[in-house]
Each structure stands twice: as C-alpha cells, then as structure tokens.
Design a protein around this ligand. Structure first.
Ligand code: AKG
Length: 272
C-alpha cells in the first residue's frame, strides 16, 4: 500500500507550469536505508543494460543501469509502497499511475563527466503528456552538482536525442526533430531551475523537461535512484530503433497506441 502524501495546490501548479519541482523530506530514514541498500546491491550486480557513461580517463566514474526493480526488492518496495505513487498521480493530474521503469545514476567522487542537456521522452517508447520522473539522491547534493532544468521546456517541443559522449543521432533520424538551443549561453531566454538536496528530498520532472548536470567534487559520492511513472494518457509508441531503455519483446505483446497494460509496467495507483 503506498504511503499517502498530499501535495498543496501551489506545488501541483508549479509542476504543470515549470515541468520541474523540488520535494523536501519525502523519504523517511527506513526508506532511505532501503534505497541505499538497493543502490549498493544494484552496483554490485549490474544488469546487461548497465553502462559506464564516463570516459576511461575520468578521475571518477559515472555508472548507469536500468529496469532492475524486478530483481531488487528494495527498489520495488520504494516504487510501490513509498509516497511516490500518490505524489505521481497528483503531479500528473491523473487518476492512475503505472510504473514505467527505474534508472540508477551514480557519479563517484571526482567524476568529471557532465550530463549534457537532453529530454528523456524522445529516447523512450511512450506517447502522452501525463508522466513524471523522480530523481532521488541518497547523498547530499550541492548546487554545483545537482540536476538543472530549463523551466517550461516540457511544453511540447521534442529535441533530437543524441548519445551523451559523441552526440550521435541513434534514435530519430537526423533532421527530423529540433536541435538543442545553446541553453547555457542564454540564461535570460532559458530560465534554469536547480536545488541543493539532502537525503530524503527529491526532484520531480516531466519527461520532456530539458535537464543536465555537471561532474561532482573530489570527496562526495552522488548516488541517485530515479523512479519513472506514467499516467492515464500514456500509450505504447513502438520505435523502429532500440529505445533507451529497451523493452525487448514488448512490440509482440502491445499494439502501437495501446495502453501500457503489461507486467513490465504494473499499476501502482489506485490501490486495489
Ligand atoms: O543524474 C544525472 O546526471 C542525469 C539524470 C538524468 O538524465 C535523468 O534522470 O534522466
């Protein structure tokens, strides 16, 4: 049973307007311990989808993994039983929420590798506007290495998804989507949002919100678990390329435009 967590109207309106908000004190000590244990288990048992997103000569290491909740009871407990499902339906303004996937993002101390500006939905296999991703650190994250967002960038434009390290267009063909503007060069045009975070806090953002982060300092780990949920209007959008993350075999089970009714995407709200 998910833990109820009522949001105020200003928070819900800020999410609709800006596409990214901070939520303080969402997780208690027990949940933080579960998350930390889940992350360490994941790091020790990386899945075939895991990747090292930093260069070989990076003094740190940026490790990502995807879709491991079915083998990680700590992750599953957070995804199903924390306050996240209830928060998700309120932010998405949706009657229902289903889990889309989990994503591990760990920058070890001294990691230089930045995360370039991007949106998430163009890498995915879903359409629809009712969605939310939670970026949940278990370590304190100072402003210098937190996730940054362009306020309002979830409004509708899809930007060309590219590989992070060499900027290849491996998803939509070249020329079919808008190219990213020079966000950091025009701070008045692209208002940025960013929050220093303590364990227990998280940020929530729309899958079309532009986001990026820098490297991390020499001492602090930045271990992040990300939980992604879909609402009423989400539909299967099969692609002719391998999505990130991929969901092998899904196109044999679900038609283009179908509700994502599949064991991979369990319903987490309403509670039955
Ligand atoms: O953790 C990061 O640096 C990037 C996070 C990100 O891109 C995401 O959560 O979608």
């Amino acid at each position: 049973m998910p833990r109820p967590h009522n949001l105020d109207a200003e928070t819900i309106a800020a999410y609709a307007h800006d596409g990214a908000i901070v939520l303080r004190g969402v997780f208690d000590q027990r949940e933080l311990a579960l998350l930390e244990e889940g992350i360490e288990h994941n790091l020790a048992h990386l899945s075939p989808l895991a990747l090292e997103a930093s260069e070989a000569d990076d003094p740190g290491r940026f490790v990502e993994d995807f879709c491991t909740w079915q083998n990680n009871p700590d992750y599953e407990a957070i995804l199903r039983h924390s306050a996240l499902p209830h928060i998700a339906v309120q932010l998405m303004q949706s009657r229902s929420a289903r889990l889309y996937h989990d994503h591990l993002l760990v920058k070890e101390p001294g990691t230089r590798q930045p995360t370039p500006w991007h949106q998430d939905q163009p890498y995915y296999n879903v359409s629809g506007r009712q969605n939310v991703s939670f970026w949940i650190p278990v370590d304190p994250v100072p402003l210098a290495s937190t996730l940054r967002f362009v306020a309002g960038s979830h409004a509708g434009t899809w930007y060309m998804p590219r590989t992070f390290r060499d900027q290849q267009a491996r998803w939509f063909p070249e020329g079919t989507l808008a190219e990213l503007p020079a966000i950091d060069a025009e701070p008045e045009r692209f208002r940025q949002l960013a929050w220093a975070l303590e364990p227990g806090d998280c940020v929530a953002f729309h899958m079309l919100s532009l986001h990026a982060s820098s490297g991390v300092g020499p001492v602090q780990r930045r271990r992040v678990f990300s939980a992604r949920y879909l609402g009423d209007d989400a539909r299967h959008a099969p692609r002719s390329w391998r999505t990130s993350p991929p969901f092998p075999g899904l196109t044999d089970r679900l038609a283009d435009g179908a509700v994502l009714d599949d064991p991979l995407f369990p319903s987490v709200w309403p509670v039955r």
